[in-house]
Each structure stands twice: as structure tokens, then as C-alpha cells.
Design a protein around this ligand. Structure first.
Ligand code: ADP
Ligand code: MG
Ligand code: MG
Length: 883
């Protein structure tokens, strides 16, 4: 097997670059080299080597060593320099690169190849001794930190002391001699802490760095990130070794990062930051404030330091051409890293840029309009889950704001929550259900779990491309970064802006769209659903096969859902309607009645109320199918739980307290989830379902008569296990229908069907379909009953189950395709065999989960149903499932 792939200098061994083999960074370096862009020559050690490295006991086999030597020879040939050469040494960077960009992996080591001899050569060849010694100083510091994992504080301290001794304030004031002395000190620090001298052999340096990249694949940080993002551990990482180019060789040199479009808003404008006379991570590290890329951006921000467009117009022009080329080549918005060495542009990285949901939507729609991608591709590009960000409220512009300070609008969306100063606390407090804003001076990969747990992130330092900003945008968390006036005193649990203090635990609001930080919780408003969102939805609907309905039981929910494009109701739960204060007394009288006559008397009082519920809903949903589930929960849920309430309830129901208490005790169940509920209520007290069916038909006939457009009631019997149960209940419903139609002198079309939520029902779906006219998979209960796991009690062990890989994901969030999914598949097949064209849908929480929707498409269900706010997500996910 080949492990080493060369690129640059007219070579691109990887062809068009295979991410699985070369990692994302390597594949795109190779890709850029292949289309003739200026990429410093280098080579990639492919991802399969990572697994082999671990198999061989974390050692490198001889064949790989030979390949790496050939890789170095390639760089030497293209650059005309020799690795370890005392006169004019080749320096390289060592960069990690998994298939997907992954915090937690080893940081890049720059300037590798410097030692006590080659530093002199670099000084002579560049004619700049200060530059050479500064490079060596940086290299030792980076190598000690990243590869040897020594405490970096000691090195920073030494640097500070060196400056203090001379009375300097800036690093740039250090002279060549100062730096030379610092190098000596750094070397002795390494020896003291590591127990061995700093490696002088450049090949030892190289293998040390390569080993550290592979080693970082199994670091705790990397493992946590993989777990949060469902990245398999066996993918491995690649290692990139590449000739150094220098952005710190004076005023005609620079380094920068850029996006080909605005990653926050999606506008078609180059967007980025750069620094003159700087190296590598100076831009992202937030040590110096970076300058704008374009004149327009600089002017819009009212900033003074010249933009790259103004300061280096020629290189900027070339860079702009490269941006357009890369967008056309990769057909997506790119996130780019570049360096200018003495007026010459070098490309160091490109990848599809992370973006906010708003930007994703805008970029997808505009690229389709530009003809760069098709409408289908635009549909495929937007992550349905990310739409969530857009469908949720933003800050009410009319609301009072007590603005504390302002930072950069790093990731849009608004969030309120309590101030927390460290990631562990953020995770803990969020775990108890609190909304948390994580406040840090700046974030690092160690903060991933805290950022994940937080509703929003606020930092005092760092630009739009700082760690906090990039990660927050990726996670869809609102973020304000670089709020410079914020003084954070995490130790004492307080932050200050001027004379104002905010303590840990106090509530603040951040607005990631404006950068404002406010005291207290600020009210929010509904989002705008026109424009790009509407356009993409039209395209999605063109390719979608699955219908999308909603789970709703109030007219308001129904209206919201219709605005979001719902095509009917997939689940209308009727029990919520009974909890209304005005009705609960009649419900309780019905429950407490000692005979059928008593129950009927109480149900007669409920009938007009229930009819009014359905009338309102049907008016909103006229012409659309509405699946209504008859009463499902155990009756004792409607009885009081508190001793104090008994007297009042007894009086209202006209009973003595003792009788009430006795009846409540009789209704007590050991396991209500599997108790007297669902159709078991209808079988024992048919008059309840009879009343509900009558209310539905009366309302449907009334709405049809009034509006001329009838809803299509689909009456759903819950918790059926056998054909006979459904037969009995269908007879009750049909009888009510005949009675109402005769009274009203008119008819509406309707269906009677069942939920499939018990394994027995799934198995006997063939028989059940002989009676039932539709199935709706009640995947919440079906998951509980198939796995024998109670959803309300699963919290104690489910996370561990997911961590240990027993379930890939929480089965109550995403369908357990292998188990529950098999029952669904089987029931669908048996149902269709018994009744061709039987209508099939799903009404559990899973109906709003993209992965579960893909499964529903595969099984060929007719519709999914989701809560109103998730309807657009379901429409998009259904479209993607069909592509
Ligand atoms: P990350 O994955 O954290 O972005 P990179 O491997 O891209 O890490 O390296 C970070 C930065 O180091 C780059 O943006 C670039 O500025 C600098 N860098 C990496 N390799 C080189 C190189 N060969 N020459 C000059 N600078 C480099
Ligand atoms: Mg990195
Ligand atoms: Mg990079």
C-alpha cells in the first residue's frame, strides 16, 4: 500500500483529492495543486497509516519511513533547499487533518527543521538574523507545547521576563541577540522539563511531530468531539508535511484567513482578516487585532488600518481571482487560509466554510440562482436541523435593552441565560435545565463541552474567526466575541464593564446578530418566513414524496403549522382538551360515576365542549385530513394528586371525600403505561368513545355545511393489540357516524384506523388492517414497548448506553432502525398485503427527526407528522430523503 501522496510543484499524487484517504486538508491541498494554484510543495501521509501506527505499537514501519524520505526529497526538489542543510535549510510545517475538521487534534507545528546550525543558515540565506532567531524561538516554543506537551506557561513567562529586563512592551522590540539568548533559555527549559535536550536532528524532529499527530487522534479532547459529532474512531487522521512560506518577512509579507462569502449572513462578498508581517496562527490567536480584507468591510466598520485591498492591491486582486476559481471548482463557499511571502501569494488551505443557518440558506439559494448548483443540490445543502435556528425567535426590536457592552456579532441568534465562567459549571448547570451563557476571556478546544451545553457564548477576546466564533457558528449557538471592555474575573465569579458588575448566576442576554450584551432577559419576536426560506421550501416541495402533517390540538398550533406548510393533522390528542378548568369537573364526574347512566350524564355535558374544540380546529384545517386520537391516558390522571384538593373536587362532583378517595385508590395502577388506557378505556366504557366520535362528526358536518369544505376526520384508536379490539371500537364510531349523518341530513368522508404502538399490533398488522383503514406508527410508545424501556425513567442510563455504543443515538430522538424499524417495516408490509393502499403515517416525536424521516421514506410511508415548529424541518428532510 501507498501511504505518502505528494503535492505541489506540478505534482498531485492524490488526483482530485480523496478526503477519506488524505483527510480534508490534504485532499484540498492536493486539489488546489491539481488546478494549478500556488501551493507550497508537500506530502500527505494517508489516514490508513493512523490505524497501522496503533497496530504496530505506536511505531513507524520501515516501508513508511522510505516513503516519507521520498516525500521530503520531493519538497527539496521543488524548493531547491535541503532538509537539515546548514547553508540554506528547508523548513516545513506538520499539520494534522482528519476527514472532517476536528478540534482536539494536534495543533500545527511551524518552522520545523531549525536547530543550532540551520538557524545560522536561515539567517545568512534570508539576510535577516532576527527573523531566523525569532523563527527558531517560535519553533522550540511550539514543539515543546504541541509535541512534547510541556507546560507552555514557563515559556511565556521566560519571554515576558526577557522583555521586562530590557524594558520592552512588544515582542517585536526583541533584537536578534535577545532572541538568541531566549533560544538558549528555551532549550534549557526543555531539557529541565523533558529530561532530554531539545532534538537537534531534523529527522527526529519530523518523526516526533508526525507521531504526535497520530497520537492526538486518541486524545481525550478528540474523543469527546467525535462522540458529540458521531465521528467513528476508526477513520484516523492524516498528516501533512509542507514547505514553510513566511508571512513574517517584512511589510510585503502577510498572512490571513478568508471566506468567499459572508459566513454569518450569506452575502456575496469576500470576508476575512489578515495581518501584515505575521505568521500563521497570529490571526486566529487574537494577539494582534487583524485588519479587514476588503475596503468596503473596513469602511463599514469605520476602522482605520488599511484593508488588504488597499494595502496590497495586486496580491489582493490575485487572491480574489483564486476565491472565484475555488468556488467554481468546489461549487461551494470556501474557507481559505493564505500567506503572502514578499509579495507572492501562497494558498495553505481551503475547505467548505462553516456557516450559520441563515447563510447556508442564502448561499444555497443564490448559488442555484447563479447556476453554480442545481435546485436539488441547494435543497440537499441545507441541514434541516439547522433550520431550527431560523424558525425560532430573535430579539424584539421594540423591547427595552439595558446594554452592558458590545462585541463582535460572531454567530447570530439571541440567547438569555445565567452567567457561567467555566465549561464544567456550564455543563452542570445546563444539565439541571438552566439556560446558561458561557462567558470566557477566550475559548479553546477544551471548552467544547461547555459551549455545547450553553445557550450562548460571550468572549472578551478574539475576532470573527476566533475559536469561539468558528465553533459557535458550527454548533448554531449565538456568540458575541471580542467584547473588549469586558473585564472577566472568573476566580471571584464576576465580570465588570466600567463600574458595572455582573456576578455568576445573574441573567444576561446576548445578541449574536448585533454583538450586544444586555443585562437581564430581553423578550423575543417571531422570525420572517419569506424570501430565501420560502424559495428553498418551494424547491424542497417539488422533490418531496412524503406528506408532512403536524401534531396539534389547538387552533393556534394548527394555524402556525399551516403557515409552516403542514398538510393536515397527523396527531390530535384529545386528552389535553379535558384538562381545561371548566371541563375537568364533568370529566371527574364521568370517572367517578358508579354506572353507565351516571357516565352518560357527565359525557352529555362534555359533548358540546368537545364539539366546539373540533369545530375550531376543522375550520383551520378545512379540506385537509385530520387524525384524531380518541382518549388515551389512564383515567386517574384526571383525578387530584394532592390531599388538599380532594375536598374541593368532591364538593364539585357532588360526592363525599371518602368516596372520592376510595375511587382514586381503586384507579391507582402499578404501571400506568401498560395499564387501563388506550382502547382499553373504550372497550370498558364505550360511551366515552361514542361521545368523542359524535363530537367529531357533528363538528365536521357543521364546518362542511358552513364553509362548503369538509375536513377529513381520520379517527384513530390508540393502543390496539388485537383485531377484535379495533372491530369493537370501529363499530362504536361507525354507529355514531350513522346517527349524526341521519340527524344532520348530510355526510362527511372519514376513516377509522389505529395506532401501531404495541409489538403485537405490528406482528398482527395483517389482521388488524382487515378492519383498520389506516395505520399511524406511534413510535414513542412503540419504542418503549419494543425496547421495554420507559421513556420517563430512561434518563438514568440512556446516556451511558449511547456512550458505550449500545445505541448509536437516543432511540426516543431517532428511530432505532434495526429493532423498532424492523417492526415498522414488517407491519407496513403486512398491512399493505391485507389492504392495498392502506394509508401509513408516523406520529411520534420521531416525525421531526431527519434521520427518522429518511427511514420513513425508505419504508414508503405516506406521511410524517411533526410539531408545528418542526414542520419545515420535516419538509426539507423529506425532500432530502427523496433525492
Ligand atoms: P488548523 O487546522 O488549526 O487551521 P493548519 O494546519 O491549517 O491548522 O495551520 C494553522 C496555520 O499555520 C495556517 O493557517 C497557516 O497560517 C500556518 N501554516 C501552516 N502550514 C504552513 C506553511 N507551510 N507555511 C506557512 N504557514 C503555515
Ligand atoms: Mg488546529
Ligand atoms: Mg487551517
Amino acid at each position: 500500500t501507498q501511504y505518502v501522496y505528494r503535492f505541489g510543484g506540478g505534482v498531485s499524487d492524490g488526483g482530485q483529492g480523496d478526503k477519506n484517504l488524505l483527510g480534508g486538508k490534504g485532499a484540498n491541498l492536493d486539489g488546489m495543486a491539481a488546478i494549478g494554484l500556488p501551493v507550497p510543495p508537500g506530502f500527505t501521509i494517508s489516514t490508513p497509516m493512523c490505524a497501522r501506527y496503533y497496530d504496530e505499537g505506536e511505531r513507524f514501519p520501515e516501508d513508511v519511513k522510505a516513503e516519507v524520505s521520498a516525500g521530503i526529497a520531493h519538497i527539496e526538489k521543488v524548493t531547491g533547499k535541503t532538509f537539515g542543510d546548514a547553508a540554506d535549510p528547508l523548513l516545513v510545517s506538520v499539520r494534522s487533518g482528519a476527514r472532517v475538521s476536528m478540534p482536539g487534534m494536534m495543533d500545527t507545528v511551524l518552522n520545523l527543521g531549525l536547530n543550532d546550525r540551520t538557524v545560522e543558515g536561515l539567517a545568512a540565506a534570508s539576510g535577516d538574523a532576527r527573523f531566523a532567531w525569532d523563527s527558531y524561538r517560535r519553533f522550540i516554543q511550539m514543539y515543546a507545547d504541541v509535541v512534547l506537551e510541556l507546560d507552555h506557561g514557563a515559556f511565556e513567562e521566560a519571554l515576558e521576563i526577557a522583555k521586562e529586563d530590557k524594558g520592552y512592551t512588544l515582542d517585536t522590540e526583541l533584537t536578534s541577540e535577545d532572541l538568541q539568548a531566549l533560544v538558549a533559555e528555551f532549550k534549557s527549559l526543555v531539557e529541565a522539563e523533558w529530561g532530554r535536550p531539545f532534538p537537534q536532528d531534523v529527522h527526529d524532529q519530523l518523526w516526533g511531530a508526525i507521531g504526535a499527530v497520530f497520537g492526538s487522534w486518541q486524545s481525550e479532547r478528540a474523543k469527546v468531539y467525535r462522540r458529540l459529532n458521531d465521528i467513528p474512531g476508526d477513520w484516523g487522521t492524516a498528516v501533512n508535511v509542507q514547505a514553510m512560506v513566511f508571512g513574517n518577512m517584512g511589510e510585503t509579507s502577510a498572512t490571513g484567513v478568508a471566506f468567499t462569502r459572508d459566513p454569518a449572513k450569506g452575502d456575496r462578498a469576500y470576508y476575512g482578516e489578515f495581518l501584515i508581517n505575521a505568521q500563521g496562527e497570529d490571526v486566529v490567536a487574537g494577539i494582534r487585532t487583524p485588519q479587514y480584507l476588503t475596503k468596503a468591510a473596513r469602511e463599514a466598520a469605520g476602522a482605520r488600518p488599511l484593508s488588504m485591498e488597499e494595502a496590497m492591491p495586486e496580491v489582493y486582486g490575485e487572491l480574489a481571482r483564486v476565491f472565484d476559481l475555488l468556488e467554481r471548482h468546489y461549487r461551494d463557499m470556501q474557507d481559505i487560509e493564505f500567506t503572502v511571502q514578499q509579495g507572492k501569494l501562497w494558498m495553505l488551505q481551503t475547505r467548505s466554510g462553516k456557516r450559520t443557518a441563515k447563510a447556508a440558506l442564502k448561499i444555497a439559494v443564490e448559488m442555484a440562482a447563479e447556476g453554480l448548483i442545481s435546485e436539488e443540490e441547494a435543497v440537499a445543502r441545507v441541514d434541516p436541523a439547522a433550520l431550527d435556528q431560523l424558525l425560532h425567535p430573535t430579539l424584539d426590536p421594540q423591547a427595552q435593552r439595558d446594554v452592558l457592552t458590545k462585541g463582535l456579532p460572531a454567530s447570530p441568534g439571541a440567547a438569555s441565560g445565567i452567567v457561567v465562567f467555566d465549561s464544567d459549571t456550564a455543563e452542570k448547570r445546563a444539565g439541571t435545565g438552566e439556560d446558561v451563557i458561557l462567558v470566557r476571556v477566550e475559548t479553546s478546544p477544551e471548552d467544547i463541552h461547555g459551549m455545547h451545553a450553553a445557550k450562548g457564548i460571550l468572549t472578551a477576546r478574539g475576532g470573527m474567526t476566533s475559536h469561539a466564533a468558528v465553533v459557535a457558528r458550527g454548533m448554531g449557538r449565538p456568540c458575541v466575541s471580542g467584547a473588549g471592555t469586558l473585564a472577566i474575573d472568573a476566580k471571584n465569579g464576576v465580570m465588570r464593564v466600567g463600574a458595572r458588575e455582573v456576578k455568576a448566576g445573574e441573567v444576561i442576554t446576548i445578541d449574536g446578530a448585533s454583538g450586544e450584551v444586555m443585562l437581564g432577559a430581553v423578550p423575543t419576536v417571531q422570525p420572517e418566513l419569506a424570501g430565501d426560506f420560502a424559495t428553498l421550501m418551494v424547491w424542497a416541495d417539488k422533490v418531496r414524496r412524503l406528506k408532512v402533517r403536524t401534531n396539534a390540538e389547538t387552533p393556534l398550533d394548527c394555524r402556525t403549522a399551516r403557515e409552516f406548510g403542514a398538510e393536515g393533522i397527523g396527531l390530535c390528542r384529545t386528552e389535553h382538551m379535558f384538562f381545561d378548568a371548566a371541563r375537568i369537573t364533568a370529566v371527574r364526574q364521568m370517572i367517578l360515576a358508579s354506572d353507565e347512566a351516571g357516565r352518560r350524564a357527565a359525557l352529555d355535558k362534555l359533548l358540546p365542549e368537545q364539539r366546539a374544540d373540533f369545530t375550531e380546529i376543522f375550520e383551520v384545517m378545512a379540506g385537509l385530513p385530520c387524525t384524531i386520537r380518541l382518549l388515551d391516558p389512564p383515567l386517574h390522571e384526571f383525578l387530584p394528586h394532592e390531599e388538599a384538593e380532594f375536598a374541593e373536587v368532591a364538593a364539585a362532583a357532588g360526592l363525599d371525600v371518602e368516596t372520592l378517595r376510595r375511587r382514586a385508590a381503586e384507579l391507582h395502577e402499578f404501571n400506568p403505561m401498560l395499564g387501563h388506557r388506550g382502547c382499553r378505556l373504550g372497550v370498558t366504557y364505550p360511551e366515552i368513545y361514542e361521545m368523542q366520535a359524535r363530537a367529531i362528526f357533528e363538528a365536521a358536518c357543521d364546518v362542511a355545511a358552513k364553509s362548503g369544505e369538509a375536513p377529513i376526520p381520520e379517527i384513530m384508536i390508540p393502543l390496539v393489540a388485537t383485531r377484535r379490539e379495533l372491530e369493537l371500537m370501529k363499530a362504536v364510531v361507525d354507529k355514531a357516524a350513522r346517527a349524526v349523518f341521519a340527524e344532520k341530513g348530510g355526510e362527511v368522508a372519514y376513516l377509522v384506523g389505529t395506532m401501531i404502538e404495541l409489538p403485537r399490533a405490528a406482528l398482527k398488522a395483517g389482521e388488524i388492517a382487515e378492519v383498520g383503514e389506516f395505520f399511524s406508527f406511534g413510535t414513542n410508545d412503540l419504542t418503549q414497548t419494543t425496547l421495554g424501556v420507559s421513556r420517563d425513567d430512561a434518563g438514568r442510563f440512556l446516556t451511558t448506553y449511547v456512550e458505550k455504543g449500545i445505541f448509536a443515538r437516543d432511540p426516543f430522538v431517532s428511530i432505532d432502525v434495526e429493532g423498532v424499524g424492523e417492526l415498522i417495516r414488517l407491519a407496513a408490509d403486512r398491512g399493505r398485503a391485507a389492504r392495498s393502499g392502506i394509508k401509513l403515517g408516523i406520529c411520534g416525536e420521531h416525525g421531526g427527526d431527519p434521520a427518522s424521516i429518511a427511514f420513513c421514506e425508505e419504508v414508503g410511508l405516506d406521511y410524517v407528522s411533526a410539531s408545528p415548529y418542526r414542520v419545515p424541518i420535516a419538509r426539507l428532510a423529506a425532500a432530502q430523503a427523496a433525492l
